[in-house]
Design a protein. Structure first.
Length: 291
């Protein structure tokens, strides 16, 4: 008896082609699933978890820091010297989030707000907090015009009116007075202490030793767990008396490549003498803190 099988179901060449196609499909599926898992993990890491987080962005020679409250409210303090703060913000927030509760501009120097105009166009901003001083320079006035055009309220900082985020996090506005007495723009920087639980961060803009002395002579309580060092670690900031009054456990300096000598060796020596560890964005990139 002879067994007849007829035509084969698939030839060797067909099998090789089908197998190759299956491998490509499996590879594509694995890539898609891996990417989806990465995005899912990224988004889950940005879900509010009952803690307050502060991220000092690496924006080069400038300042920009994001505060996220325990319930997920967002506050951006300063916008850096270029658009890198905008990119850093996009990486830090959930993909679906297109709003910022509050922008704070410590003072109207360009290295603190260059990303703000574009940010105002891309995000719905609850309010823009500004020092109560007059500055007629074109970049600053252009920023204010964009904010008004977007319908963003402009709020002048006033130490008598602090900000409660209603989830345990508060923003205590310490400086400057409103109205601002005659002083350099750097010394009229908004100084704000963000507090949650037993932790607090003191943001000092570009405050110099002159502004520090005025705050101390006015009897203002500047104590904080973490100090965002004034003026990128300038020689003329962070006096011994100011460091003693703040008494921080940690100091953070936002700084990049520069020709100013920031952070200055004399300033760093004052921190060393006071036993205060220092972290810098030029050495570490972005710096994350959690309370």
């Amino acid at each position: 008896m002879r067994l007849t099988t007829g035509n084969p179901c698939c030839r060797v060449g067909d099998f090789m082609m089908t197998s190759s196609h299956s491998r490509r499909f499996l590879l594509f599926t694995c890539i898609v699933l891996t990417a989806a898992a990465f995005v899912l993990v990224r988004e889950l890491c940005r879900v509010p978890d009952g803690h307050a987080t502060i991220t000092f962005f690496d924006v080069g020679q400038g300042d920009s820091a994001l505060l996220v409250s325990p319930s997920g409210k967002t506050v951006l303090i300063d916008g850096g010297p270029d658009l890198s703060a905008l990119e850093a913000l996009g990486n830090a927030l959930p993909l679906s989030q297109k709003s910022i509760d509050l922008l704070i501009l410590s003072h109207p120097d360009p290295d603190h707000f260059i990303a703000f105009p574009e940010l105002l166009k891309r995000y719905k901003v609850g309010a823009l907090l500004l020092p109560a001083l007059q500055n007629d320079e074109e970049p600053y006035q252009a920023l204010l015009a964009i904010a008004r055009g977007q319908g963003v309220p402009l709020v002048l900082a006033d130490p008598s009116r602090d900000i409660d985020l209603h989830d345990g996090m508060t923003l205590d506005i310490l400086w400057p007075p409103n109205p601002v007495p005659p002083m350099a723009d750097n010394d009229a920087s908004i100084v704000v202490r963000a507090s949650y639980g037993t932790g607090s961060v003191l943001f000092t803009g570009d405050l110099s030793t002159t502004g520090e002395e005025r705050m101390l002579s006015d009897g203002i309580d500047v104590s904080a767990t973490v100090l965002k060092v004034g003026h990128h670690g300038s020689r003329f900031s962070s006096s011994d008396a100011f460091l003693a009054a703040v008494h921080p456990r940690l100091a953070v300096i936002s700084v990049g490549d520069n020709n100013y000598g920031h952070p200055h060796p004399e300033t760093l020596e004052r921190f060393t003498k006071a036993g205060i560890p220092v972290r810098t964005t030029i050495e570490e990139g972005k710096i994350d803190l959690t309370f």
